[in-house]
Design a protein around this ligand. Structure first.
Ligand code: ZN
Length: 569
């Protein structure tokens, strides 16, 4: 599962968007602002640097594989586009690469090209992508799968197989290791070379096992080795997410993230993790509703990305991901959450900074602070683990998810945001984190600006709906104030109590499984009020949707020049 940093697609154009001129395509592309992605590699050993270069080379094969998986004609179209040196040709090539195909991700995967040198482009991305025969309907495939033996059906529905036509125009299941053999052999070779170069035992083990998986098509052991990966040079490479298979959601797309572990930030997660019980005991609800024994926090690793490929570098930039998706691994070993800090930072600078200039009073803009923003994201993730998880309603054991049904994800996302704020305040008050007026100003002003960023991208997902609840509640309680000049400010005399009250209300909804209360809160507060609407109108057309990474550090690592050690994160 991946998180796009609460960036839903904004202002999607719903009509046909086929662009006929270079200018039109450039305008579409400009919605993602190019940003240099830099990571500090000065701490890497010589062996790890050489290994990183091999992994970047391997990731370029991942790009090719994912291109083929998205559409069978993608590679041919890409080759044809590369031959067109006209301004229109260059613009088409550039936007094609951003989208890994002729369909615009920011516009619901509608085609921006009619055809390329006689190859017609379907008006929308094919739901089955390159995983199934293009002429097969869902019903035909479904009927065929139902007729298979249990074992064969499992293979047909497995993550790592494609469905092809057999000689009799029927269907046949083909493992990735057969379908993509040539490329996977090259990929395995590069991973083995990288394994020989690194001096980290867990990375060596993972790379050797993953190389074997590419050829055997069995990813189980190498997924387990990835869970145990603990290395300065961190990598995620293989077939993972199933979003591209819109027909069934079975088939995994190839992606790669080559990253540098950020030990200081990862320690921060450990710090929160070690205070889980203390934070639970401080939650603003009666003691009987608090969890006496909080479970361990899920493993989380903070990294800085040096290269992304395939499904990991398409459209909106991935800011975090949770893997693996294979339930057998999750039930045995759990899953791991990877936070891409430099990607979050680039998004912060590209979207939140310009938003803050429009919604915060000039005197408060100096308080916009990336560390506060990122620490709150970490706190949000951690505090999903706090609060009621096993509850009793009418004498029956149940969970907030079961009781709150369709309201659950919105309430839970709002809870994680607010409990995150509450927890950071508790840790400051107890002197476990640096305290004082300056840090509080940064925390709450940054959160206020980020509320507008989230709402700017529409009320489409649980995070955004949860944010509407928070902003309106905190405005009603006077913790946030709408100024006559159209900007917003924090009232520091009221904000802490307002956050505590809101956290109480959300936690009690979960603790008592109060579905009707949850729905009422959503009806009352998931609205855009006039003063907020006016501020959001100011943002329209002035703020990029997202970033487009330029892999500066990766280019340095793969070129002959030594990396600039002086570069900062
Ligand atoms: Zn969340």
């Amino acid at each position: 599962m991946k998180t796009l940093a609460i960036l839903a697609v904004a202002f999607a154009i719903t009509t046909v968007i086929r662009a006929e001129s270079a200018e039109e395509i450039q305008k579409m592309a400009a919605r993602l602002k190019p940003v240099d992605l830099v990571a500090d590699v000065s701490q890497l050993s010589t062996g790890d640097r050489a290994a990183a270069a091999k992994l970047i080379e391997a990731s370029k094969i991942i790009d090719t594989l994912q291109l083929r998986q998205r559409w069978s004609k993608n590679e041919r179209v890409y080759a044809l586009l590369q031959k067109d040196a006209s301004p229109l040709g260059k613009a088409r090539l550039d936007y094609f690469w951003m989208n890994k195909g002729p369909w615009s991700v920011l516009d619901d995967n509608k085609a921006f090209l009619k055809d390329v040198a006689g190859i017609p482009v379907p008006p929308e991305k094919l739901p089955g992508a390159g995983f199934y025969p293009e002429d097969a309907t869902k019903e035909q495939l479904d009927g065929w799968m139902k007729g298979l033996s249990a074992e064969n059906r499992e293979q047909a529905q497995w993550f790592f197989t494609v469905i092809r036509r057999d000689q009799n125009a029927g269907f046949v299941t083909v493992p990735y290791s057969v379908e993509y053999r040539q490329d996977l052999e090259r990929l395995a070779g590069l991973l083995k070379e990288a394994a020989a170069l690194t001096d980290n035992a867990s990375l060596k083990k993972f790379l050797e096992m993953r190389a074997a998986s590419f050829l055997s098509n069995d990813y189980y052991d190498s997924d387990l080795a990835w869970m145990d990966l603990h290395a300065p040079l961190d990598v995620t490479i293989g077939p993972y997410e199933t979003y591209n298979d819109e027909l069934f959601g079975y088939k995994a797309a190839f992606e790669a993230y080559v990253t540098i572990r950020d030990d200081r930030e990862t320690e921060k997660v450990g710090f929160f993790g070690s205070h889980m019980q203390e934070l639970e005991d401080a939650l603003p609800i009666p003691a009987e509703y608090r969890n006496k024994k909080v479970g361990a926090a899920a493993p989380m690793v903070v990294v800085n990305e040096i290269f992304g490929a395939g499904d990991g570098n398409m459209g909106i930039a991935t800011a975090a991901y949770n893997l693996p998706n294979d339930e057998r691994i999750i039930s045995k070993k759990g899953s791991k959450r990877i936070m891409l800090r430099n990607v979050q930072k680039a998004k912060f600078e590209t979207t939140l900074t310009p938003i803050s200039r429009l919604v915060l009073a000039p005197a408060d803009q100096k308080d916009l602070d990336f560390d506060s923003f990122f620490t709150h994201i970490l706190a949000h993730e951690i505090t999903h683990g706090l609060g009621p998880h096993e509850i009793t309603v009418d004498g029956k054991k149940t969970t907030p998810r079961q009781e709150l049904k369709d309201a659950y994800s919105t309430i839970e996302e709002a809870k994680a945001d607010v409990t995150g704020l509450f927890a950071l305040q508790v840790l400051m008050d107890k002197g476990r984190l640096p305290k004082g007026e300056a840090v509080e100003r940064k925390l709450y002003n940054t959160f206020l600006a980020s509320a507008f960023r989230t709402l700017h991208f529409g009320l489409t997902d649980a995070h955004a709906r949860g944010m509407a609840i928070q902003l309106n509640y905190l405005l009603d309680k006077g913790g946030f104030v709408a100024k006559p000049d159209g900007t917003f400010a924090v009232d520091f005399a009221k904000i802490k109590q307002a956050v505590s009250d809101l956290d109480h209300d959300l936690l009690m909804i979960e603790a008592t499984g109060a579905y009707a209360k949850a729905k009422k809160m959503m009806t009352d507060l998931i609205v855009i009020r006039p003063e907020v609407g006016k501020a959001l109108d100011k943002l329209k057309g002035t703020v990029p949707n997202d970033i487009r990474p330029v892999f500066v550090t990766a280019n340095e690592l793969t070129s002959a020049r030594p990396p600039k050690a002086a570069r900062k994160k």
